[in-house]
Every structure is written in structure tokens, then in C-alpha cells.
Design a protein around this ligand. Structure first.
Ligand code: ADP
Ligand code: MG
Length: 353
């Protein structure tokens, strides 16, 4: 099973999960069947895999989960001028704005990581991201003056959250927030919650490289998630992590990048300099919730393993793997507790592709 990829709109790090095809004792006992659903949301193809007793139960639960994802998309999107996020941006420079619970949860998590990462993750990169999106379309580097002007609007310290009132105030007119590095992980978490509420605890939600997993499939201890091969992203993964009631996200430049003047620029920005990352790297983070796995993976790409792994040490239940091209040498580093799975024998490892 492949997740459909939309070039330049998504980046895909981890893909799908695997199952043993032979029936297990538990699956016979519980007579649950596996169902799979896909729908486009959040600029990517969202996939839900779940185990249910019958088709109507599976369809109803997945419908409710996708509806929740669509509602979140409408709140968080920066492509949708009517989104709550864009309304907040239009109020930049003005008084505080009261946020919905959903936008509050995501912005609070983003700000928390901004502080902990000393601004390596920063949702105020919006104006700079806009310039780099244009650069990707035109195959031309952003003009230095425009980049400088955009960079002047960047800085998480200019977002003031009031926990008691659940308000946000953006200090500088023209500020633009971009939740592209955190919203998909949050949506995966929220969809999983909806599935559980609908009586489906055995489920997995994948927003391209952002994956949240519930209880494991019948007879298994974990969902088996393939990590995209660093050197040949299109080929089937040869590395896997095993997770349940937990999440995994991968960030990197394998899908969304542009090459200008022989240099490959990522869609991830260093918020301090306004430059897109160069040099190939990918970061995979596992954590109890995908809202964290998603944004920490993005932060790790900016910070590198040395500083990044110190950050992971402060994330309860967190672990990470980083793969980097260092002057032609592929270096792979992982933290303690990274839930890498041993490769399975030939066909068994690839049975979910
Ligand atoms: P993807 O969205 O492709 O899965 P990420 O989760 O790493 O990848 O998020 C990258 C997106 O986050 C970018 O497309 C951009 O919208 C936004 N972004 C880029 N750089 C940063 C950054 N330093 N901090 C926060 N968000 C960022
Ligand atoms: Mg991310």
C-alpha cells in the first residue's frame, strides 16, 4: 500500500505499516477485520487503518475521524484565507484574539517547543516560508532585500499567549504564522481520539510522514512503520519502528526541495537566518503524541543531532533517529530507546507497501 504523494506539497518520511498476512490467534478470537481509508486533507493524503467488527462500524468511525481532520484543516490552514489562523494573522499588530481550543492547543505546543529549541522551531516563519515557496515555483532564490524584510517579522517572542484568557496577540503587523510543521501531527492525534470514541481502539492515522498509532493489531505487539530509505526514498523501506499508543514523525527534504545553482534547498527554514536548509538530512522522532513528534522532527532538522538530541532528552517518552549526508558520508545516529525493529525476512518486511 502506497500513500499517494503530491510533489512539492508534502514531504514523506515514514510510510504505512506492516502486518503478517497469516491469521493470528487473537484475530480469530476477536473476528476483527482490517479496513483502510484514504482522503486528501492538509495538503496531503491522509490514511486511516483500523480494525473493526464490520464495514458499517469501520466506515462510520473513519467518516467521523476524517470530518474532525477537515475541521482542523479549516482552522489551521494558511492556504485558506478564511481559516481561524489567517484571521488571527490579519489581527497582527492589534489587540489579543480569543482562540478556539484547537488552535490554542497547537499554538501552545508550538510556543513551548520554540522556547525549548531556542527558536529552531518557530511558527512565525510564515513570511519567509512564503518567499521560499515562490523560490521553489520559479527556481530562483529569494531576493535578499525581500528576505531581510520577511525575516524582520520572524520571532516567536512576538507571539504573546495568555493561558488564562486563551488569547493570542501578534505584536507586529504583517506577521504570518505557519503551522505546517505541527498541524499534521496534531490532526493525526485528534483523529485517533475520535476513532477510539467511536469504539475503534485499534487504529493508525497517517498524514504522510506523521503517524499516530492506537492499540496494536490483533495478535501483535506493535504497528510496524517503515522509515523512508534515506538514499533511495522511492524504494521500499528497509528500516522499521514498532509503536502502539504512540506516534512517529519524519521530517526531511526528500520530497519538498528545490535545486538552484547546484544547491538543494529544503522546505525547512532556519528561522534565525531565513535560509532554507541545505545538505541532506532527515529526522525521525517517536513520542507519546504526534503533535510533539511532528514539530520536534522539524526542530531536529534545524538543530542537528548534537543539540537536537539534548532536546529529545527533555521530551518525556521521546526518541529520535537522524540521518545526514556529511560531505558525501551518510551518518546515522539515534538516541537511547529509539524503537527500531530488527528487519524481518524478505517478503514479511514489505507486506504493507
Ligand atoms: P512536512 O510538513 O513536509 O511533513 P515538517 O513537519 O518538517 O515537514 O514541516 C515543514 C513545514 O513547516 C514547512 O513546509 C513550513 O511550512 C514549516 N516550517 C519550515 N521551517 C520551520 C521552522 N523552522 N519552524 C517551524 N515551522 C517551519
Ligand atoms: Mg514536522
Amino acid at each position: 500500500m502506497e500513500i499517494t504523494r503530491r510533489r512539492f506539497l508534502i514531504s514523506l518520511g515514514a510510510v504505512a505499516e506492516g502486518f503478517r498476512t497469516r491469521p493470528t490467534a487473537a484475530s480469530v478470537e476477536t473476528s476483527l477485520s482490517r479496513f483502510e481509508f484514504t482522503e486528501p486533507h492538509l495538503g496531503t493524503m491522509m490514511k486511516i487503518v483500523l480494525y473493526a467488527s464490520d464495514q458499517p462500524a469501520a466506515t462510520a468511525a473513519s467518516r467521523a475521524a476524517f470530518d474532525r481532520i477537515a475541521a482542523l484543516d479549516h482552522i489551521m490552514s494558511d492556504y485558506d484565507a478564511g481559516s481561524e489562523l489567517m484571521q488571527l494573522c490579519r489581527a497582527a499588530g492589534g489587540p489579543p484574539v480569543t482562540l478556539s481550543e484547537d488552535l490554542w492547543r497547537v499554538m501552545a505546543a508550538a510556543q513551548d517547543l520554540s522556547e525549548k529549541s531556542n527558536g529552531a522551531f518557530d511558527i512565525t516563519v510564515g513570511p519567509v516560508v512564503q518567499l521560499w515557496r515562490r523560490a521553489r515555483r520559479r527556481h530562483e532564490l529569494p531576493e535578499p532585500e525581500r528576505l531581510a524584510a520577511a525575516l524582520a517579522l520572524v520571532g516567536y517572542q512576538s507571539v504573546i499567549l495568555d493561558t488564562k484568557r486563551r488569547t493570542a496577540r501578534l505584536l507586529k503587523p504583517g506577521m504570518r504564522l505557519d503551522l505546517g510543521g505541527i498541524a499534521k501531527g496534531d490532526a493525526a492525534d485528534q483523529a485517533l481520539i475520535v476513532l477510539r470514541r467511536n469504539g475503534i481502539p485499534i487504529a493508525l492515522v497517517a498524514a504522510a510522514g506523521d503517524i499516530a498509532a492506537g492499540d496494536p493489531p490483533p495478535g501483535r505487539t506493535d504497528w510496524r512503520i517503515g522509515i523512508e530509505a534515506f538514499e533511495s526514498p522511492a524504494s521500499p523501506p528497509s528500516e522499521f519502528v514498532g509503536i502502539h499508543n504512540s506516534a512517529v514523525s519524519t521530517s526531511g527534504d526528500s520530497e519538498q526541495n528545490v535545486e538552484i545553482g547546484g544547491v538543494r534547498y529544503s522546505h525547512i527554514i532556519n528561522p534565525k537566518t531565513g535560509t532554507a536548509l541545505t545538505g541532506r538530512r532527515s529526522a525521525t522522532v517517536t513520542a507519546p503524541h504526534d503533535i510533539n513528534a511532528d514539530c520536534y522532527a522539524t526542530a531536529l532538522c534545524v538543530m542537528g543531532p548534537e543539540r537536537g538530541f539534548k532536546l529529545i532528552a527533555r521530551l518525556p517518552g521521546g526518541a529520535a533517529l537522524m540521518v545526514q549526508d556529511e560531505a558525501g558520508q551518510i551518518r546515522r545516529r539515534q538516541t537511547a530507546r529509539f524503537p527500531a525493529l530488527a528487519p524481518l525476512h524478505h517478503s514479511a518486511g514489505a507486506d504493507a507497501q
